[in-house]
Design a protein around this ligand. Structure first.
Ligand SMILES: Cc1cc2nc3c(=O)[nH]c(=O)nc-3n(C[C@H](O)[C@H](O)[C@H](O)COP(=O)(O)OP(=O)(O)OC[C@H]3O[C@@H](n4cnc5c(N)ncnc54)[C@H](O)[C@@H]3O)c2cc1C
Length: 414
């Protein structure tokens, strides 16, 4: 029979990416004695460890770091603050009472804590889930897989690639391909415009000769031994054409790593697909909190770290006064299309979030955000330009008039 080792701590942080590391450091700064970060990879640091371009840390560390330097910085700061980091270890199950099971090279461990903070991040939807017709040859990646392939294993990728998607991460994939000496034929999006910031698209075209083909959809990948060509469709005319490439990179379309949360009985928000939570990362399970891209797929790393510090402050306070700290039943917030998600998606009406992040599926300009309960409108705010796959921050004061006894708040565009 396998013997299980026992580990005790005050807070178990699942995931050693930017969110988990920053929250852990903040918990230590707030006097939480035993903070344990468990990370399944052999090094902590999360996604930035595999992103060798610069642009990390602008809002939290006020400098531009490459991904690996940024990851090192966060790991160093966490360790200096007294956080214990256990790498090469996966949390494989989590109970409602917070008891977790971990596995690593030295065996099985039962981790007991006063609270668990889930910071397991998000991943891109793989090709198999994207309903693209054709063959299943080698040469098809997500951005995450491509980065591991190129930066971690230094394996050859191919010679000419199509990038599916035109948001921030799609331009990052283009840079990774360039690093691997692969030509990017184009970025394709079925929307009417790219969804990153204008300078990225301009730089891609001017300096690297990479266009963004808008209103264009990938319908099939052909090739047996290797990707040989892709079939693209103009979504306006329906006209199809074939382009020869030997690499396809699927970017964006994120799914939070919500498996542990779901199994522990945490409510999953239908929009974000991450745990439904308030601004403090509190879920419906008293001892389970969540943070980072698990909650809102995906934001930049600095946004994830700044929000994580806020979650850690709430958690440290809850631990001090005793869980659960709030006796007020939270109100849930849900969205109607074309809105795709809102976070926080639970809130305590006596202290709504100062800022609410929203996403939509379509471009729009100067629309009204309307808040309703039981079909009755109680608040409206005018929005600026809304771009799909990018968050829009809205002052949370518009939720203050919501009534605790009137069920969920529904947000829609008027
Ligand atoms: C290609 C790409 C380019 C990007 N470029 C930029 C950029 O230029 N600038 C920027 O600011 N942001 C960028 N980002 C976004 C940034 O990487 C994320 O916002 C940030 O990593 C989110 O941090 P996180 O801790 O929530 O998640 P992650 O970084 O995903 O960390 C989660 C960690 O949890 C671990 N984990 C998951 N499940 C378990 C488990 N069961 N047990 C143990 N460990 C587990 C994972 O191994 C992982 O290390 C980019 C992202 C991608 C994918």
């Amino acid at each position: 029979m396998t013997r299980e080792n026992r580990i005790d701590c005050d807070v178990l942080v699942v995931g050693g990416g930017p969110a988990g590391l920053s929250a852990a450091r903040e918990l230590r700064a707030r006097g939480v004695a035993r903070v344990l970060v468990v990370e399944r990879e052999t090094q902590a640091g999360g996604v930035p460890r595999h992103c060798h371009h610069t642009g990390f840390g602008l809002r939290d560390l006020h400098r531009a770091f490459t991904g690996p330097r940024y990851a090192d910085e966060l790991v160093g700061r966490a360790i200096d603050s007294g956080v214990q980091i256990l790498t090469g270890t996966t949390i494989t199950s989590l109970e409602k009472d917070g008891e977790a099971r971990a596995t690593n090279a030295s065996g099985l461990h039962v981790v007991n804590s006063r609270a668990v903070l889930l910071a397991s991040g998000a991943r891109e939807r793989p090709r198999s889930a994207r309903l693209v017709a054709g063959d299943r040859p080698p040469g098809v990646f997500t951005t995450g897989q491509l980065q591991q392939w190129v930066y971690v294993h230094a394996l050859p990728v191919g010679s000419c690639a199509l990038v599916v998607g035109a948001e921030h991460v799609s331009f990052s994939a283009m840079l990774t391909l360039r690093h691997a000496h692969v030509k990017t034929l184009a970025l394709v999006t079925d929307l009417e415009a790219q969804q990153s910031v204008a300078p990225f698209a301009l730089a891609a075209r001017r300096f690297f000769g990479v266009p963004v083909w808008t209103r264009t959809r990938l319908v099939a990948i052909n090739g047996r031994e290797r990707v040989r060509e892709v079939v693209l469709e103009d979504v306006t005319t329906g006209i199809r054409r074939v382009e020869p490439v030997d690499v396809v990179v699927f970017t964006g379309d994120w799914i939070p790593e919500n498996e542990l949360a779901r199994r522990a009985g945490v409510d999953i928000d239908p929009g974000t697909l991450g745990p439904a939570s308030d601004i403090g990362g509190r879920t419906n399970v008293v001892s389970i909190y969540a943070t980072g891209n698990l909650l809102h797929p995906v934001e930049t790393a600095d946004v994830a770290t700044l929000r994580s510090r806020e979650v850690a402050r709430v958690l440290a306070n809850d631990l001090e006064v005793g869980l659960p700290s709030s006796t007020v039943k939270p109100i849930t917030v849900e969205v109607e299309p074309p809105l795709s998600w809102v976070w926080p998606n639970r809130f305590d009406p006596s202290s709504p979030a100062r800022r609410v992040a929203l996403r939509t599926k379509t471009f729009s300009q100067s629309r009204l955000l309307v808040a309703r309960q039981e079909g009755r409108e109680f608040s409206r705010v005018r929005l600026g330009r809304v771009v799909p796959n990018r968050s829009l921050g809205v002052d949370g004061a518009f939720l203050a008039a919501a009534q605790p006894d009137r069920g969920p708040v529904w947000l829609s565009l008027g």
